[in-house]
Design a protein around this ligand. Sequence first.
Ligand code: AMP
Length: 605
Amino acid sequence: MTFEDLGLRPEVLQALNDLGFEKPTPIQKEAIPELLSSQRDLVGLAQTGTGKTAAFGLPIVELTDFTKKHVQALIVAPTRELGMQIASDMKTFTKHVKGAKIATIYGGASIDTQAREIRGGAQIVVATPGRLIDMMKRNIIKLAEVQVVVLDEADEMLNMGFKEDIDSILEQTPEQRNVWLFSATMPKEVAKIAKNYMDNPFEITVGTKNTTAANLKHVYYTIKERDRYPALKRILDLHPNIYGVIFCRTKRATQEVADKLMQDGYSAEPLHGDLSQGQRDAVMAKFRKKAIQMLVATDVAARGIDVNDITHVVNYNLPEEVENYTHRSGRTARAGKHGISVALVSPREIGKIKSIERIIGKEFEKGEIPSGDEVSKAQLFHLIETVKTTEVKEELGKYLPTILEQFEDLEKEDIIKLFVSSEFNPMLEYYQKSYDLNASVSSRDRERGDRDAGRERGRNRGRNDENKQRFHVNQGEEGGLNKGAVLRLVCQHSDISSGEVGRIDLFREFSFFEVDKKFADQVLQGMRNAEFNGEGLKVEFAGDKKGGNRSRNGSRGSNNNGSRGGGGYKGNGGGSRSGGGSSHRKGNSGGVGGGGDRSRRRRRG
Ligand code: AMP
């Protein structure tokens, strides 16, 4: 089946052609004909990376009358990043369609600019729930003529506490509008939305719940705690063409690992919430352009990263919440591509691997950290491929006689040795001193692992505990809250012991905690006067705000600061070929990414 067969308008076919989309993905094949031929609601169980944006976006473009100047389609997404990505896709699909206007509205940016986009006659609006509600309240946006509402990543929106906002949005759109809901999982709360607002929806499932893509391989390496960073470097060195995201648990660790990598000459930059939005946008832009090869990110900041071609996700540490592993690994193996998710674990953490295997429904492979010799060979091979595919500029011709004269007395083999050594000595020197980084796992570690995995299962079972009351707090990580602070505040103000406080989920702008129901009123009363960092906290029963049973970090972050790619084997005497920091891919010299990236040179040590 081709896009022509789907009956899309020629301007859209042209745009798809420009994009290089040759044929529809499975979800597009199923959804597009149905959405175009019948005015139906839809529930799509699908993750990002399946092509779902076009699956709902293309029918929207077909169904919209671009001669009119009012909002006809509304796409609601959990985060600013995802919203911007969807809007960018919609703009691309409509770039040849006359009169098409797409507005993007999200928090944290000027409402006036966004209001102008709406007043300018946008027919399609992509929005995050909070800002949309705000603009609805101020009468900036009217939804009376909306024909389609798309809820993208619905489970994520509910986890982030947007249930009430979604209800109000759906209630303020005309009754005859269609709702197209997409979700990676189908917890009860999402099913409830489908039940309340949809009529006999068409259902599509792409991939099964919680399983990760078949083209995604999971590999773990056991290392001693103190070898975490050298092990990371070895893995990166084994894959000179890597284009990846390295996850750390905290903002501080993220910055530290990124700093070390940058100092060691790797093309890496950090992405975390301590950076300003502008910095995060800048680093993301560089990463998208492949001007940097690696992002070192926190879970929160990396939510919503929607970049194709990521070859590796590296779990520098496993996530605190094992469920977050799926979100991390889902950054790679997108759009049918292959990807590898790598985890560095200490022998004590083996149990977590088992818990994750249960969640992803797939086994990890056990990897061996390569020896210095293997890494050196991989790097040498890469260097040779790079040299062989290097373009020889015409201007070199005028210097050639002088160059040849300089090498007159040397044999070909000597010349090769000298050139390779001039590039490769630092690498050889670094790996000369290398030792085996693989840690053995003792039977005690394994037993502990089994116990930990058992406890984790118990903890997961407890999550839907009917005996617990969940509370919503109007501050989150951005305001400096952490789990310890939440625990302290709850205990201090409500006079209960820390053992009575259950699960705590922190998000960027808000958080949740749970206590046994018998303390619910006591906590609600007690927290009335709670303050954090000099600001009064608003603590309410989460009730309808309840965030599902998985913990996901909702965010819009991504961030940065200034290094440039490139590096350069410092100390190699001669001029480096390093191309000023941009790592354009070309050629094909091994590595999952398949692009020969020449500009990354490293200084070892
Ligand atoms: P999505 O699930 O919408 O995030 O899509 C994942 C990626 O797949 C997007 O970056 C699209 O550019 C790409 N994509 C979507 N549909 C197609 C298609 N039919 N052919 C090739 N690439 C596609």
